[in-house]
Design a protein around this ligand. Structure first.
Ligand code: ZN
Length: 161
């Protein structure tokens, strides 16, 4: 567990120093803004779908370290993936962050597993999942997402995508 925490801190620091895919994507085909009022995080995610493939993706905004690192890793993880595969990853990440994913069963989480610990930090869960909700909103052409939307509104559409 000690190694795991050290890795978590190292990854968060690294992605804050050098966030991947940070900036504005010109001519994004899909775009959404997300906010987490509890922490003050607000980010925007823009992406370009070429056919069903995420050809380009970028994010920007003002957020805490956990949110920024999560967004940075998310954009790296879904770039080049099909929309369907990206939606599966969104679902798995949300399940992991809320303690509902069994990491020992087959999944696509990979390095994103460094965020598994946030499930024990209720105030940080929303920071970690905000980018993923925002990406989901962008895919579905919903202009904005909030971690404070109703539970049903946040989770219902994801399983049916
Ligand atoms: Zn935050």
């Amino acid at each position: 567990m000690a190694n795991y925490k050290a890795l978590y801190q190292e990854v968060i620091l690294d992605h804050n120093r050098k966030p991947r895919n940070y900036g504005k994507l010109e001519h994004a085909s899909h775009h959404a803004n997300g906010q987490n009022p509890l922490c003050g995080d607000h980010i925007s995610v823009g992406l370009n779908l070429k056919g069903e493939c995420v050809d380009g993706i970028a994010f920007q905004g003002e957020s805490c370290a956990i949110c920024k690192a999560s967004a940075s890793m998310m954009t790296s993880a879904v770039k080049g993936k099909s929309r369907a595969d990206a939606e599966i990853l969104i679902q798995e990440f949300l399940a992991m962050a809320t303690g509902k994913l069994d990491l020992d069963s087959p999944n696509h989480i990979g390095r994103l597993a460094v965020f598994a610990g946030v499930r024990d930090l209720p105030t940080r869960v929303k920071c970690a999942i905000l980018p993923w909700h925002t990406l989901h909103a962008a895919f579905n052409s919903v202009a904005s997402a909030s971690t404070e939307a109703g539970e049903d509104a946040m989770h219902a559409p994801i399983g049916n995508a």
